[in-house]
Design a protein around this ligand. Structure first.
Ligand code: TYD
Ligand code: MG
Length: 455
């Protein structure tokens, strides 16, 4: 890295001497920006000076499990993998205004109530604003120490003296180090600030929670390397207009990734939603065409949600495919399998696919629910009442059984569903509470549920 390499890619961190629209190193577009670097490394070979030898251990050596504290906010504890691990680093990303500061103020207060010493540093709001939020949340008596500061040197000096068990930094993009010669929020500031905080916290045994802004592509602004530096990465998601929020673990060194916690934004802060399936299912008396209830798994928890499809003749040459909450490429695949294997074409039709309630699903066994919603919309024929659907579709049109099927079916049963349409080979709970019809391929499913092709 030369002194002249003043441009950096925010996706991969590669450095360049000039600006470019596309990063040569990782191929990402519009990620390069001006960014004064850290001082160059030694730049010479390690040959001359010898390091000290590293202590090696065996895989069988016993370790104490990392001490954890449960906040007693169950939706948060689950996503953390069973509570906050001492001296761990957690990064929470999310859109502006989604409720990160609210969540963390509530969580900090919950930990303080359990006797942890906690510090909340806000780089975005004045202390008075944070206090106002605390009053609104009914937390003005919580033993949370509050600071409004962005200078990391001063913050670390304060933490060195206070030695709290937990510190929240809201947000990492506002922090700046006087040793780094660029503006707060730039790639090198964010990277350096994160590195300082994480290493300081590990050395002093302090758990640190960093708030990170996300870019419009939905990634935490700043270099990807920030996500590598921390132990746990959580995303706080939701539609601003809707009340509920989903906290999702995308990386967790101390627990399973992909767990979700569901909250609702109320006038007095975030409330836990203990039965998310009920939230994501729309209430209605009679089934409507285009709707299919998917019995999914989020992390380790079964969650039911409704896929809604709308199929309409396209006035344009190029038919529209619009998806909310699901993968657009996967929708294209299902449309192609319906066409190639079942002879059902959506050509000349606009297709809209939504997940009700703003949930985002990545479970591959949603395929069959999507196919069911699409067919139901195309034929204008509702699925039978009280039916849940799941199964993974392969390109050949074969249906593969989904994992954790018994949990899915039990959850559906609890919510009053009596039938399920699933892949052949699906394990069904022995209690017989749900009648599960099994199909080995998509053609058999379409013929049975929607009847043979019209005309
Ligand atoms: P905030 O936590 O400031 O979001 P972030 O830190 O992610 O930017 O939350 C902002 C929104 O939440 C704001 O639009 C107001 C709303 N809100 C409530 O609806 N109820 C509440 O009790 C609080 C504190 C905020
Ligand atoms: Mg905030």
């Amino acid at each position: 890295m030369g002194k002249s390499d003043t441009f950096a890619c925010s996706a991969c961190g590669a450095r360049n001497s000039k600006w470019a629209g596309r990063c040569d190193a990782c191929g990402a577009w519009n990620t390069i920006s001006e960014d004064a670097g850290l001082s160059a490394g030694p730049g010479k070979s390690l040959g001359a000076a010898r390091g000290r030898s590293v202590t090696l251990s065996d895989l069988s050596d016993a370790d104490d499990p990392a001490p954890r504290t449960e906040s007693r906010v169950a939706e948060l504890d689950r996503v953390l993998g069973g509570g906050l691990v001492a001296a761990s680093a957690v990064l929470i990303g999310g859109d502006p205004g989604i409720g990160k500061s609210t969540l963390l103020l509530q969580a900090t207060a919950a930990f303080a109530k359990l006797g942890m010493s906690t510090v909340y540093i806000s780089g975005e709001e004045a202390a008075a604003q944070v206090r106002m939020r605390a009053r609104r949340l009914g937390l003005e008596d919580a033993a949370v120490r509050l600071g409004a500061e962005t200078n990391l040197r001063d913050i670390l000096t304060t933490l060195e003296a206070e030695r709290p068990d937990l510190v929240v930094i809201d947000s990492i993009q506002t922090m700046w180090l006087d040793t780094v010669d660029s503006a707060p929020g730039s790639v090198s500031q964010v990277r350096a600030a994160c590195h300082e905080l994480v290493t300081f916290a590990k050395r002093r045994g302090i758990a640190v929670v960093l708030v990170g802004h996300v870019t419009k592509e939905g990634q935490i602004a700043g270099p990807r390397v920030v996500e590598h530096m921390v132990d746990t990465v959580l995303y706080f998601e939701g539609e601003r207009g809707q009340g509920h929020r989903i906290l999702r673990a995308v990386k967790n060194r101390f627990g399973p990734a992909d767990e979700i916690g569901v909250f609702e934004m109320t006038g007095r802060g975030l409330a836990q939603v203990r039965n998310p399936s009920a939230l994501f299912l729309t209430d209605r008396d009679a089934p409507v065409p285009g709707a299919a209830v998917f019995a999914g798994i989020e992390g380790t928890r079964p969650v039911l949600c409704e896929f809604q499809a709308l199929v309409a003749p396209s006035p344009l040459g190029q038919a529209r495919r619009q998806v909310l909450g699901w993968d657009a490429g996967r929708l294209a695949m299902i449309l192609a399998v319906l066409d190639a294997r079942c002879g059902i074409s959506f050509a000349g039709m606009d297709v809209y696919l939504n997940i009700a309630g703003g949930l985002r699903v990545s479970d591959p066994s949603a395929d069959l629910a999507v196919a069911a919603a699409l067919m139901s919309a195309l034929r204008d024929a509702p699925l039978p009442a009280g039916t849940a659907v799941f199964g993974e579709l392969s390109l050949s049109g074969a249906l593969r059984p989904a994992g954790l099927s018994e949990n899915r079916l039990k959850e559906a049963g609890k919510l009053g569903f009596s039938k399920a349409l699933v892949s052949a080979g699906t394990l069904v709970p022995a209690d017989g509470a749900i009648e599960a019809k099994q199909y080995s391929d998509l053609t058999a499913f379409v013929d049975d549920v929607f009847g043979a092709a019209e005309g």
